[in-house]
Design a protein around this ligand. Structure first.
Ligand SMILES: Cc1cc2nc3c(=O)[nH]c(=O)nc-3n(C[C@H](O)[C@H](O)[C@H](O)COP(=O)(O)OP(=O)(O)OC[C@H]3O[C@@H](n4cnc5c(N)ncnc54)[C@H](O)[C@@H]3O)c2cc1C
Length: 464
């Protein structure tokens, strides 16, 4: 299907089939506005100048928002009947064109399937279209919160996080969403003439994680939660890069500190935080640390000892009232703030080797000067080690130079997950889909209608 996608006759035939589908299901909530169809065909792919060039012209032929699972079932059956590509959409905040249909067809927006189904003993079950911020609001009064969430929590959905994301806020304590014990089970719909609904428990359920909605439609997720805390959000500044790193790493590693976020920004990155500018001198390094309020004095002692200062602090309650959380400066929100000021910037996704972080950062700085601007995020990896990852900003010149910078990082021993590609295989460190994930795709999407073009090995796998 992907090969003939651009062909004029194919596009016309496909548009005709979409027309038939829309007319056969008039009671559904189809998007009627062409500008809205275009908007809901795109995500935050434009963070990458390479993806911007490759994907900006893409669009679905139709967008529909099912109000319940029965409506979803009818749409899916209709798409299978008309042999139409189907791309799922949550909040549309993905960065790698994950929710962008390469071959047109139908975008199914899941945000109306957004119920919290139950919550007991620190475990919740919710529909995939629920927004993470809204879910957090429902959990907090019961004493629980999400173990990890992206900085886009206000817009992003639970299903979108599972299928396209990684984690972020909270991963410093609980690791990524894929850490065993967090996602306990999922309910998935098959893409067949008569769609089936299948319950999967972990670890089998995890074959569907981070697969860009290519191997089934996630309807529900059952997730383990974290106890909610009264959080303090700190903006901390330092004259000295080593002192800043030492404090951030000490906080990240300290087992007695209850934490949700630890990030570090070079002055060349922190300067893009316009609202925080009154709290920072131009040459200062900055850290954002979100800790339980009970750890306030311990943090103050650590910062004072290192010669830093807590430039700004607010409670999570104040952040909510002010609608201004420091969490929305972390992870890829850092890149967003920078891009608002300078459109020539882009970014990489890096992981530094434990114990060699500063050596690696220095080696890269020596070879790139101010072409790569450090932004670090501390996380606990799936093995429980507290490691240093990064979303450094990059001054973009050419695609060739971007590839050279990725190679240079790898030569320095730094892991890079390439955010300038849209296929699943190219975006992973291993460059391949696992056989189990491919088997799951065959079972849940035998016709290959889901998000076609995102799994490179699918064509090969069908032919073999
Ligand atoms: C400013 C910014 C900051 C970000 N920070 C982070 C971060 O801290 N951590 C992080 O992990 N990511 C981050 N991201 C990326 C993104 O926000 C997250 O991955 C988010 O969880 C995606 O959720 P979504 O609902 O927007 O998914 P979408 O973008 O709508 O979809 C993501 C993928 O999941 C598929 N999908 C969605 N719902 C379903 C479903 N029900 N069934 C099957 N497939 C489905 C889509 O087809 C697509 O392939 C950031 C992005 C931006 C722009």
């Amino acid at each position: 299907m992907a090969g003939a996608a651009g062909d004029k006759a194919t596009v016309t035939q496909r548009a005709d089939r979409v027309d038939v589908l829309v007319k056969s299901l008039p009671e559904l909530d189809w998007c009627a506005n062409p500008a809205e169809i275009k908007r809901k065909s795109l995500d935050y792919y434009w963070f990458s100048p390479v993806l911007r060039r490759e994907l900006e012209a893409k669009s679905a032929d139709a967008v529909v928002r099912p109000r319940n699972i029965d409506e979803l079932r009818r749409i899916v059956a209709g798409c299978v009947g008309e042999n139409l590509p189907v791309t799922l959409r949550g909040g549309g905040t993905g960065n790698y064109g994950q929710a962008i249909p390469l071959d047109g067809g139908v975008v199914i927006e899941m945000t109306a399937c957004d119920r919290l189904l139950w919550l007991k003993h620190g475990v919740a079950r919710a529909q995939a279209g629920i927004k993470l911020g809204a879910l957090g609001e429902l959990l907090a009064p019961q004493g629980w919160e999400l173990r990890c969430m992206p900085s886009t929590y206000r817009m992003a959905t639970l299903g979108g996080l599972f299928c396209g994301g990684f984690g972020g806020i909270g991963s410093i304590t609980y690791g990524p969403l894929s850490a065993p014990g967090t996602v306990l089970g999922i309910q998935v719909m098959t893409v067949e003439a008569e769609p089936r609904v299948i319950e999967l428990r972990s670890p089998e359920a995890m074959q569907h994680a981070h697969t860009y909605g290519t191997n089934g439609i996630i309807l529900e997720l059952e997730i383990a939660l974290a106890p909610v805390h009264e959080w303090d959000e700190h903006f901390i500044t330092f004259d000295d890069a080593d002192a800043a790193f030492n404090v951030a790493q000490a906080v990240a590693q300290a087992p007695g500190l209850i934490k949700r976020e630890t990030a570090l920004f070079a002055p060349s990155v922190a300067k893009y935080f316009k609202k925080l500018a009154p709290h920072r001198e131009a040459a200062e390094h900055a850290a954002i640390v979100v800790l339980a309020a009970s750890n306030r004095e311990t943090l103050e002692a650590l910062v004072n000892q290192a010669g830093g200062r807590i430039a700004f602090r607010q409670s999570s309650e104040e952040a909510r009232t002010r609608q201004h959380s420091l969490l929305e400066y972390c992870w890829n929100h850092t890149t967003l703030h920078a891009l608002r000021s300078d459109k020539s910037l882009t970014y990489l996704q890096t992981t530094y080797e434990y114990g060699r972080e500063r050596e690696q950062l220095a080696a890269i700085a020596r070879q790139t000067g101010d072409e790569v601007l450090p932004h670090l995020e501390f996380i606990r990896d799936e093995q429980g080690r507290v490691v240093c990852s990064g979303l450094p900003l990059v001054r973009y010149t050419t695609e060739k130079r971007l590839r050279e910078l990725i190679t240079l990082h790898r030569e320095c021993g730094v892991g890079v997950k390439d955010p300038h590609v849209y296929t699943l295989e190219d975006g992973t460190r291993h460059g391949a889909m696992s056989p189990a994930s491919l088997a799951a795709k065959r079972r849940f999407d035998p016709g290959g209608l889901l998000n076609p073009g995102k799994v490179r090995s699918w064509v090969t796998s069908k032919e073999s």
